[in-house]
Each structure stands twice: as structure tokens, then as C-alpha cells.
Design a protein around this ligand. Structure first.
Ligand code: NI
Length: 233
């Protein structure tokens, strides 16, 4: 699957940020030189604190929240949006099959692309088990994520549907899933900004009910396994 990686413009996911110093009994080539260790540890600290905004000082996953802000029974999952072909779509259009929804923005430099790679693999794993799950990407950034921008983005994942809409439509949709988001745009003319947002996969059932959420860092194998369990009961 690694040949898929280039498509989202990134390398393999680092598995949670940064290399850890090797352990396990083998003598490190660094030996006991304390200066070298300070340099290496400093480099690791800087690397693991890069958060995509270029800041060295935020927490690793600053801007991406991996816990739900609402209770599961508050998630209605209603939306009325526009897909990446410009066709109006509501949640009811997706009833009849399971769907896996991720909320993000196409300009996201790191966490969203990694999550989409996980999604690719989850959908592929489930397909091997004959489980059809519709992957959906709902933008948290309707200002920049136009229909055209989404069309480019979803072309990376076969079958992926991208959804955007007016600010009001997107806000309504995100609220119905209990997603939190906050644009860091400095003003209406700012086009180079990040959007803080909930970064989770939501599994929705064939009747449109919320079933379970997954954190992208669980990895594709674990997530596919858990979704498979929902099918087998
Ligand atoms: Ni993101």
C-alpha cells in the first residue's frame, strides 16, 4: 500500500511522531558521549514537536482533537451538503450501507493526509472481507474546500465522496456529528491558515445511526478489525 502514499503528498506515517532512541541491550553507536546524546535528544524533541504549523512549541497533535465532544446519543448525523461533483447530498442518500466519515480539510499538512491513508487501508481491508463501507470526507473548511478542490482530493481514494457546502450547511453538518472546529484565519483575506478540528472516523450504520468512532492513530488493521466486528455482531 505504500505506493498509495505519494498520492496525498507525504511519506509513510511516522506512527505517532518521532523516532525513539533505540533500546534493547545493543550498544548504541553513540556510546557514552554525552554531547552527542544532548544533540540527538534535542533533535528528537524538536522533531516530535513540529506540528505542521511550523511551530516548535505546541503539543504534537495541536489542532487535532481525538476525543468526542458530545455523547454518542447526541449525534444525529443529519446533513445537507454538496458533493465533489457539485451534486446536493443529504445523509439519507447514504442510508442502506455503512459509511465511514472523516472530518478534516484538504490543506491540512499532516494529520488529515495521514488519516486519509489509514482510511484507504481500512476500506481495502474491509473489501477483502466483502464488507462494503462508503468512505466520506466532510470538510471543516468550506471557505477553501470548494467542489473543485474536493474533486482533486477525493480522486486519491477510489470511491471516496467529498462533501462541502455553504458555511451554514457545513456548520450544521459538523454540529450534527458533534465535531468541533475553529479556523485560525487571521481575517477574511487570509488564505494560508490552519483549522483546528476533531480528527476521528465515525462509523455510521445503514439506517444512518452513529455506531462507533475510531482514532486514526489506532492504525488501519485495528480499525478494520473493530469495524468487521460490527458486521459480525
Ligand atoms: Ni487536519
Amino acid at each position: 500500500m505504500w505506493k498509495e502514499l505519494g498520492k496525498f503528498g507525504m511519506g509513510p506515517p511516522s506512527g505517532g511522531g518521532g523516532q525513539q532512541p533505540g533500546r534493547g541491550g545493543q550498544r548504541s553507536p553513540l556510546g557514552r558521549n554525552p554531547v552527542l546524546w544532548i544533540v540527538v535528544i534535542g533533535a528528537i524533541l524538536i522533531y516530535t514537536q513540529m506540528d505542521g504549523s511550523g511551530s516548535l512549541f505546541g503539543p504534537v497533535d495541536q489542532g487535532h482533537v481525538s476525543r468526542m465532544a458530545v455523547a454518542p446519543d447526541q449525534i444525529t448525523g443529519d446533513f445537507s451538503l454538496v458533493d465533489h461533483t457539485g451534486t446536493p447530498r443529504s445523509d439519507e442518500d447514504f442510508h442502506g450501507a455503512h459509511s465511514l466519515i472523516y472530518f478534516g480539510f484538504t490543506w491540512c499538512p499532516d494529520v488529515c493526509p495521514s488519516a486519509m491513508l489509514v482510511m484507504v487501508q481500512v476500506i481495502e481491508d474491509l473489501k477483502l472481507q466483502d464488507r462494503a463501507v462508503q468512505p466520506i470526507f466532510i470538510t471543516v473548511d468550506p471557505q477553501r474546500d470548494t467542489v473543485e478542490k474536493l474533486a482533486n482530493y477525493v480522486a486519491q481514494l477510489p470511491g471516496l465522496i467529498g462533501l462541502t457546502g455553504s458555511e451554514e450547511q457545513v456548520a450544521q453538518a459538523l454540529q450534527s456529528f458533534g465535531i468541533t472546529w475553529r479556523s485560525q484565519a487571521a481575517g477574511p483575506t487570509d488564505t494560508n491558515y490552519l483549522v483546528d478540528h476533531t480528527a476521528l472516523f465515525y462509523l455510521m450504520g445503514p439506517e444512518g445511526a452513529f455506531i462507533q468512532h475510531y482514532v486514526p492513530t489506532q492504525g488501519p488493521t485495528q480499525i478494520a478489525l473493530e469495524i468487521e466486528r460490527e458486521f459480525t455482531g
